[in-house]
Write a protein that binds this ligand. Structure first.
Ligand SMILES: [Zn+2]
Ligand SMILES: [Zn+2]
Ligand SMILES: [Zn+2]
Length: 119
């Protein structure tokens, strides 16, 4: 049971500490929280456009985001595989339609390296 109610957005929590932590998003600069991944946004319109990222897989948390397109992934290996689409190298794990969809970007290796350096 979740006896603790947020008086800002009507979310319910099992623990008071979780509720207190949650309330900070309403009092801070970014009051709109993504219900899927917990990311916070200043404007509801930004949140709404962000939510579409999750539309294909609503209940999966994907902390690894592609730096080139808005796709998100659960594992760095999956992301690394995905990145190959943008570099023009065919990937075995992605369907051909995805290659066609993003093929126009034609990014060079130099554009991708700084991203890998961050990981
Ligand atoms: Zn709330
Ligand atoms: Zn999200
Ligand atoms: Zn991408």
């Amino acid at each position: 049971e979740k006896p603790f109610n947020c008086n800002f957005c009507d979310k319910q929590f099992r623990q008071l500490s979780t509720l207190s932590n949650h309330k900070k998003i309403h009092t801070g600069e970014k009051p709109f929280e993504c219900s899927v991944c917990g990311k916070q946004f200043r404007q509801s319109s930004t949140l709404n456009s962000h939510i579409r990222i999750h539309s294909d897989d609503k209940f999966c948390i994907k902390p690894f985001k592609c730096s080139i397109c808005p796709k998100e992934f659960r594992q760095t290996t999956t992301l690394a595989n995905h990145i190959k689409i943008h570099t023009g190298k065919p990937s075995q794990t992605e369907p051909r339609s995805m290659v066609a969809l993003n093929g126009g970007l034609n990014l060079k290796d130099e554009d991708v390296k700084p991203f890998f350096a961050m990981m």
